[in-house]
Ligand binder design. Structure first.
Ligand SMILES: N[C@@H](CCC(=O)N[C@@H](CS)C(=O)NCC(=O)O)C(=O)O
Length: 287
């Protein structure tokens, strides 16, 4: 590896390469003025179908499947590769300029950070979060675990294994070790319990599945063989069980802009959009 001696004071080199070089910046705040679109439903979601985005659309589809009609939502696509997260409208609901962000028009409350969004929705609709203190605490243990752990998977392992401009052994080793350790943590937990933190399906599972569920099923970073994902049998059992849920099948495709065209519902404004507005249908209609 080439030696690097950090300068006395770091300066921003916008041309440092890699997939996210154009969007990453060392400063916060809006870079342009633009209002966000607003649809007809109480909940307005501004997101993209990355793992962090999938968490929220899975939760919303699960709430709707339970009959919570107040959870109807418009999912507006924020193209993070194009810098949509730096508009003044987006920054007003998430000063951190990252998807997902939610505006609740019923209450006028803005919600950012996916963990906070799922907790808000669970409390608002009284679902997917146990009420008794012991079980609730165990679920919240996994909620915080996920929010603290996933950046090592995405920003660490995924970044250096799949996105960095070159393959560097040191960070790949370090973050592979950590990603495998995290999968083992989950695997051992799921040997004892059907779901994370107990015997019921909760926001902890919905937050975790898009990251570690996709990873263990071999659907992230093209790293299934490298990580020997087949060996995490309990985690795979859980991941498959969750993937089989109809609400998860719907939620995982909302605001997606990659993958098979029939698994991309780029904007969702109505429940019927799943039948009529996936990208395969839109492109066929245009022919
Ligand atoms: N801790 C945040 C992480 C959100 C996040 O990292 N979002 C990414 C996409 S998965 C993003 O918007 N990146 C755009 C950027 O960094 O400019 C959460 O859980 O909501």
């Amino acid at each position: 590896m080439t030696e690097y001696t950090p300068p006395k004071v770091w300066t921003w080199d916008a041309e440092n390469g890699g997939n996210w070089a154009k969007t990453n910046r060392p400063i916060a705040g809006a870079t342009f003025d633009a209002e966000l679109p607003v649809g007809k439903h109480p909940l307005q979601l501004y997101s993209m179908g990355t793992p962090n985005g999938q968490k929220v659309t899975i939760m919303l589809e699960e709430l709707l499947a339970l009959g919570k009609t107040g959870a109807e939502y418009d999912a507006h696509l924020i193209r993070i590769g194009d810098g949509d997260q730096f508009s003044s409208g987006f920054v007003a609901i998430n000063p951190n300029s990252k998807i997902p962000a939610l505006m609740d028009r019923d209450t006028g409350i803005r919600v950012f950070e996916s963990g906070s969004i799922l907790l808000y929705l669970a409390e608002k609709f009284g679902a997917f979060l146990p009420k008794d203190l012991a079980h609730r605490t165990e679920v919240m243990n996994w909620v915080f675990w996920l929010q603290g752990s996933a950046p090592y998977l995405g920003g660490g392992f995924g970044h250096f294994y799949a996105y960095a401009p070159e393959k560097f052994e040191y960070p790949i080793n370090r973050f592979t070790m950590e990603a495998k350790r995290q999968m083992d943590v989950l695997d051992r937990e799921l040997a004892k319990n059907e779901y994370l933190g107990g015997d019921s399906y909760t926001i902890a599972d919905m937050l975790t599945w898009p990251w570690y569920g996709n990873l263990v099923l071999g659907n992230a970073y093209d790293a299934g063989e490298f990580l020997n994902v087949e060996s995490y049998t309990n985690l795979r059992r859980w991941a498959e069980q969750i993937l089989a849920r109809p609400a998860v099948q719907r939620g995982r495709i909302v605001n997606r802009t990659n993958g098979p065209l029939n698994e991309q519902l780029r904007e969702r404004h109505d429940a019927s959009d799943f039948d009529t507005k996936t990208q395969d249908k839109i492109e066929n209609a245009g022919k």
